[in-house]
Design a protein around this ligand. Structure first.
Ligand code: S5P
Length: 267
């Protein structure tokens, strides 16, 4: 399966420019770590982005949790993303009719499309949500934007299962120019019949933590090794890294665990 191919090979074969860049970045930095930078001040966010940036391929934000969001936040993130060569993923989890989602993506105070390379959405509203995001991306005429579908969730009792998850894969296949892959606990391509031989959707796995099994609000974790064994490509970790007593040591530990597991898989 495609998950046994090296990232360099997948970069070469892929048609999505941002997926190509993501795989190449991973090879260059020898990292498949996505930092979930759930910090609540601009100072902390930029500080962590600066310190941990060299070890990650993507920095995932929840821009609406900042106490002091301003243009400075975005300028800082953009500067650091260039300096340390990582992509920015705003974990916005769009879920609405297409018309509303376009306004949320392009406009408001956050202007997410201007600065986030990657965003995600659910397919609860049906395929129109992806069509809307695709239209915004295509009319802006930029090549380095992409979308992930939230195909599963890590929290206890999640309803993002079964036919919802299967529909996520089917909808992804309808929008290969825009959809990079999905956020899921494991590889899911096999859930829906494969239409294209060359298909290669990227699997981002969240709920990754080396030293904890979960939290008091229903979060459930797996280790980097189990995520990679399940067919994940990129590991999203938040508190396991930024809340560690030594976050730089922690990010290096996740980087090594993820990269060793990747190397073992591709042989
Ligand atoms: O199913 C999900 C999907 C996401 S994107 N479960 C998740 O936990 N997330 C996000 O990943 C969540 O919003 C948070 O930003 C991050 C997990 O953070 P951690 O501190 O538990 O590693």
């Amino acid at each position: 399966s495609k998950s046994n191919l090296p990232f360099a090979k997948r970069a070469e074969r892929h048609k999505h420019p941002l997926v190509k860049r993501l795989f190449s970045l991973a090879e260059k930095k020898q990292s498949n770590v996505v930092l979930s930078a759930d910090l609540t001040t601009t100072k902390d966010l930029l500080n962590f982005a600066d310190k941990l940036g060299p070890h990650i391929v993507v920095l995932k934000t929840h821009i609406d949790i900042l106490d002091d969001f301003s243009q400075e936040t975005i300028e800082g993130l953009t500067r650091l993303s260039k300096q340390h060569d990582f992509l920015i993923f705003e974990d916005r989890k769009f879920v609405d009719i297409g018309n509303t989602v376009q306004k949320q993506y392009k406009g408001g105070v956050l202007k997410i499309h201007d600065w986030a390379h990657i965003v995600n959405c659910t397919v609860l509203p049906g395929p129109g949500i992806v069509q809307a995001l695709e239209q915004t991306i295509q009319s802006a005429g930029v090549a380095d934007r992409g979308v992930l579908i939230l195909a599963e969730m890590t929290s206890k009792g999640s309803l993002a299962t079964g036919s919802y998850t299967k529909a996520s894969i089917e909808i992804a296949r309808q929008y290969p120019k825009t959809i990079m892959g999905w956020v899921a606990t494991k590889e899911l391509s096999q859930l829906a019949e494969s239409e294209v031989d060359e298909e290669d959707f990227v699997v981002f796995t969240t709920g990754v933590n080396i030293s904890s099994k979960g939290d008091a609000l229903g979060q459930q974790y797996q280790t980097p090794e189990s995520a990679m064994a399940g067919g994940s490509d990129f590991l999203i970790a938040g508190r396991g890294i930024y809340a560690a007593s030594d976050p730089v040591a922690a990010v290096k530990e996740y980087q090594k665990a993820g990269w060793d597991a990747y190397k073992a898989r591709v042989g």
